[in-house]
Design a protein around this ligand. Structure first.
Ligand SMILES: Nc1ncnc2c1ncn2[C@@H]1O[C@H](COP(=O)(O)OP(=O)(O)OP(=O)(O)O)[C@@H](O)[C@H]1O
Ligand SMILES: [Mg+2]
Length: 299
């Protein structure tokens, strides 16, 4: 079961005292990886037996991890961090309930959810360091520098949300950015599949043109470069239009490596279209079109 699956299932079983303890652990983790029981009690201002009961419950539910031995300390697992973010988004009126997983990958879990007014939304949980997390855990029985990964995932979500807001308001085809908390983003639900999944597509030239038109808009209007563009991060919708997803690694166009990153993005797309659909466009020409040196592009 993925952490998000754990979180979605146990979320409703949590009471305010459970959230309080999770919060305290989260706050104290900015200073140390494992938070001693005594420190939790100091902030919670609850009797020790209640604290221990709650810690036991959170541990059993897989939301926290506890060191064993002489020094007893507690740290949030991804599922615990997920619960804190879900709680905030539920209270903010963004999420009402969860549906099913849309995708579990290396760096993110994406879930289907409903907003209180019945709109279908997608909820993306960032998971940086999950691979090394598993390896470390197998080796040592606990997660070293785990708190750094939670923090990095938070930063990634913040960055991605910023980028989505910037490009969305400039008319680039992306899912609608709705809300963000900690490492989690709520966005408009989209239908379709990654371009990489299609064996054949109707009018590939038209689709490539639409992609490049969007990259140009991203560059010239939002002053942004995606920096991880490929057939895996472009969704082809059933109506034949595209959406660009997965923005946490974006850079601004004044970034020191902007030129190289844009060229790499374009190369990925052009190589894919050439290899799979024998549509040929020269990288230099696409680049000139995107940065506004050329007004149009012959495809
Ligand atoms: N708004 C959305 N609506 C529906 N499905 C989505 C949405 N956003 C993402 N997905 C699905 O989740 C997958 C992963 O999303 P994304 O590319 O943003 O994350 P990632 O960081 O690349 O994760 P991974 O490492 O799993 O590839 C997408 O390929 C898509 O299938
Ligand atoms: Mg992706």
């Amino acid at each position: 079961m993925s952490s998000a699956e754990v979180a979605v299932q146990v979320f409703r079983k949590l009471e305010s005292e459970d959230f309080r303890i999770l919060h305290i652990i989260e706050a104290a983790m900015s200073k140390r990886e494992f938070v001693p029981t005594g420190q939790i009690q100091k902030y919670a201002k609850l009797p020790m037996d209640r604290i221990e009961f709650t810690l036991g419950k959170l541990n059993k539910l897989g939301l926290i991890y506890q060191t064993k031995g002489a020094y007893v300390g507690h740290t949030l697992n991804y599922a615990g961090y997920d619960c804190l973010a879900i709680n905030t988004l539920v209270k903010a009126g963004v999420i009402e309930s969860f549906g099913q997983t849309l995708g579990v990958g290396k760096e993110a879990d994406v879930y289907d959810a409903l907003s209180p007014d019945g709109k279908r939304i997608a909820v993306k949980f960032h998971r940086l360091g999950r691979i090394s997390f598993r390896q470390t855990r197998r080796k040592r029985g606990y997660i070293r520098e785990h708190s750094t990964w939670l923090f990095q995932s938070h930063v990634a979500a913040e960055k991605e949300f910023q980028a989505m807001q910037l490009v969305y308001k400039n008319g680039v085809s992306v899912p609608e950015p709705i809300s963000q908390n900690r490492h989690v983003i709520a966005m408009g639900m989209i239908e379709g599949a990654e371009l990489s999944k299609y064996k054949e597509i109707p009018k590939p030239e038209k689709i490539l043109k639409e992609i490049l038109r969007n990259v140009r808009k991203t560059y010239l209007k939002a002053h942004v470069i995606h920096a991880d563009l490929s057939e895996y991060n472009i969704i082809l919708k059933p109506d034949g239009h595209i959406l660009i997803i997965d923005w946490p690694q974006y850079v601004k166009t004044n970034h020191a490596n902007a030129e190289d990153l844009l060229e790499r993005d374009l190369k990925n797309i052009l190589t894919f279209f050439n290899r799979k659909f024998t549509v040929k466009v020269v990288v230099k020409e696409a680049c000139d079109y995107v940065i506004g040196k050329a007004r149009s592009l012959a495809i």
